[in-house]
Design a protein around this ligand. Structure first.
Ligand code: PMT
Length: 400
């Protein structure tokens, strides 16, 4: 990854997440980006301009009324200089002012005066984020073409838990990198399934599997970074919706995932990264099953519908990408699934050895009718980006 010679204007508004933006400047500078920082007056109460000046190697501007800079129309020069404007953190106040086209400080003036794509990384208390006034401003800003990065769900500085956390610096950096780079899925709709399914036995027990959802969420994020409109159907996982994903549908069982995927199947590409339970108990007890000493418990299981097979049976169906997680004979099982399920491509992964389920890393071999490629071990985020590049290439080659 490189951002060499890329010009990024980082706007910092008043919020405690401003401290994370210091780290963001470092991450951008690591990739050789040119970074200039503009702060609101509020932001200076959280972090000193001197900190950003030291990290970016550039003078930091705060005031619109800087006589020396404005002698040469400094705000217009900055607005023209920027290739991307990222406001991180974007406070509720800043979002409101931007939504209403106000230009009452340097940062809002620059955002109005620049033709550069505007990225906003909101950060605020979860109650504030949920407020209808904030949501209305967000809708307006989206209409005006601003792109929202986050917010994430999680612990907040105020002690609350919920939606409103600023994305982490590396996530914001990756979004900026992607904004310059691979747009190979621009204009396409991509549907991704992720995570496990849970098949209930009784009100307290279920049959599940070890999928964490990390691989599928990384795929959804990479597809969004490549410009796709992404719908993510997620099994029961505890992961925040990745940046840029347009829609998320949460499900629990294989039957629910089957229904949710088929309902959203008006997509150009479907990527099935979910570990869907093959079987479900035929009877789900309404009451907790009691233990009988020395006795055996027999569960009668019925087969779940196969989501990929259902899609491939449709006359007009998306470009289909399956996954195969195997402990042995990976290549032959994966190629068998490619044929039997009528897929365009399959991503095979070996289970075990710190790869596959739950792990941070993975390795894949991609197979299609007349080709294959190895994607060696790396982080799921990086692997997902490489997978998406191959999916885009095969999609263009076959459906172009
Ligand atoms: O979630 P992580 O912890 O990050 O782990 C990632 C992963 C290992 C779960 C992922 O990389 C992966 O391999 N997912 C597929 C897991 C699997 O075992 O698939 P399968 O061999 O059971 O099924 C093959 C394909 O058919 C998959 O694309 C699956 O989504 C699909 N399928 C399976 C059953 C079913 N009823 N309907 C389906 O569509």
């Amino acid at each position: 990854m490189s951002l060499a010679q890329r010009r990024i204007l980082l706007g910092v508004s008043g919020g405690i997440a401003a401290y994370k933006s210091c780290e963001l400047v470092r991450r951008l500078r690591d990739l050789d980006a040119e970074v200039r920082v503009v702060m609101t007056e509020g932001a200076t109460h959280f972090v000193s301009p001197t900190t950003f000046q030291a990290l970016s190697g550039q003078a930091v501007r705060v005031s619109l009324w800087d006589a020396q800079a404005e002698a040469a129309m400094g705000h217009i020069e900055l607005a023209r200089w920027a290739e991307r404007i990222l406001v991180a953190p974007a406070s509720a106040d800043l979002l409101a002012r931007l939504a209403h086209g106000m230009a009452d400080d340097l940062l809002t003036t620059l955002c109005l005066a620049s033709a550069a794509p505007l990225y906003l990384a909101p950060a605020m208390n979860q109650q504030m984020w949920a407020h209808p006034a904030v949501q209305a401003n967000i809708a307006t800003l989206r209409q005006h073409g601003a792109q929202l990065l986050g917010p994430a769900v999680g612990d907040q500085a105020c002690g609350d838990v919920g939606s409103g956390r600023m994305l982490e610096p590396h996530e914001l950096r990756d979004a900026l990198v992607a904004s310059f780079g691979d747009r190979s899925l621009a204009g396409l709709k991509v549907l991704v399934s992720a995570g496990p399914t849970y098949e209930d036995i009784d009100p307290v027990r279920f049959i599940g599997n070890r999928s964490s959802g990390r691989m599928g969420f990384a795929v959804a994020e990479a597809a969004a970074q490549a410009g796709a409109e992404v719908t993510l159907v997620a099994g029961p996982v505890s992961l925040a919706t990745p940046a840029g994903v347009a829609q998320r549908v949460d499900v629990r069982s294989a039957a629910q995932m089957h229904a949710a995927v088929l309902a959203a199947a008006q997509a150009d590409i479907y990527i099935g990264a979910a570990a869907v339970g093959d079987y479900r108990p035929l009877e789900v007890s309404a009451q907790k099953l009691k233990k009988h000493d020395g006795g055996e418990l027999t569960l009668r299981l019925g087969e779940n519908p196969d989501i990929l097979a259902s899609l491939s049976a449709q006359t007009a169906h998306p470009f289909l990408v399956g996954f195969a997680a195997e402990t042995h004979d990976v290549a032959s099982y994966a190629q068998g699934k490619l044929r039997h399920k009528g897929l365009d491509m399959i991503a095979a992964n070996q289970v075990g050895g710190g790869l596959g389920f739950e792990a941070a890393d993975n390795a894949l071999t991609l197979y299609w009718a007349d080709g294959a490629v190895e994607l060696p071990r790396t982080s799921k985020a990086e692997l997902a980006r490489r997978l998406i590049a191959h999916v885009a290439e095969r999609y263009r080659a076959t459906r172009g």
